[in-house]
Design a protein around this ligand. Structure first.
Ligand code: SF4
Length: 199
């Protein structure tokens, strides 16, 4: 049983869906493995497209052969596995780059190398689900990003005033409570909020 499973069971929580930040891939994979349907936007970390070069999304993974197909149609084959920042990564490349007419759009190195995280298949399945349900990200923007954006602007550049997890948790809980109270006041008015509290 994973750490996520244990944490959910301890709190008697049974979420069926989770919207996860693009930068939290490991958490997204843990949710999927715990049977929770994850919606995780594709991370746009590569600046290669902005520089006019091919990004990783221009390479197609062919699971049956465990190779990537590059924009020139060459096969990047598996070479070795190593660890980076705690992630197990499989590395792929081809020896065709030196003679490739597209090399200027692809790499400044000897050859273009593509890395594949050991859990990348999970991310690909999650992405395919998101492509089939584009409204999910719109809904997330409406329901999740507004509270976080508002609370962040209230907190300013210093973010948390407290130190240590226990204290930071309490500080965050108070911010969320304040947000919820203001939101209900906006929707129901002060009278409506007081009535709801008394009910
Ligand atoms: S440089 Fe290499 S990886 Fe890039 S398109 Fe050419 S052959 Fe493919």
């Amino acid at each position: 049983m994973g750490r996520l499973d244990k944490a959910l069971r301890r709190r008697a929580l049974h979420p069926r869906q989770a919207h996860v930040e693009a930068s939290r891939q490991a958490e997204g994979v843990a949710c999927e493995q715990a049977g929770i349907t994850v919606y995780l936007p594709k991370p746009m970390t590569s600046g290669l497209h902005a520089k006019g070069r091919f990004g990783k999304q221009d390479f197609v993974y062919v699971a049956a052969d465990d190779v990537y197909l590059c924009p020139a149609g060459e096969q990047l084959t598996y070479r070795y596995t190593n660890e980076e920042d705690g992630k197990t990564l499989r590395r792929y490349w081809t020896t065709a780059c030196q003679a490739c007419a597209l090399k200027g759009q692809c790499t400044t190195g000897k050859e273009r190398r593509i890395s594949r995280w050991e859990h990348e298949a999970v991310l690909e399945a999650v992405q395919a689900r998101l492509d089939r349900n584009p409204d999910k990200m719109r809904l997330r923007r409406q329901t999740v990003e507004h509270p976080f954006g508002t609370i962040k602007s209230w907190m300013g550049s210093t973010h948390f005033q407290m130190k240590r997890l226990k204290n930071v948790r309490t500080e965050m809980a108070l911010h969320v409570l304040a947000y919820n109270i203001k939101r209900v006041m906006r929707i129901l008015g002060v009278g409506g909020l007081m009535e709801a509290i008394r009910a």
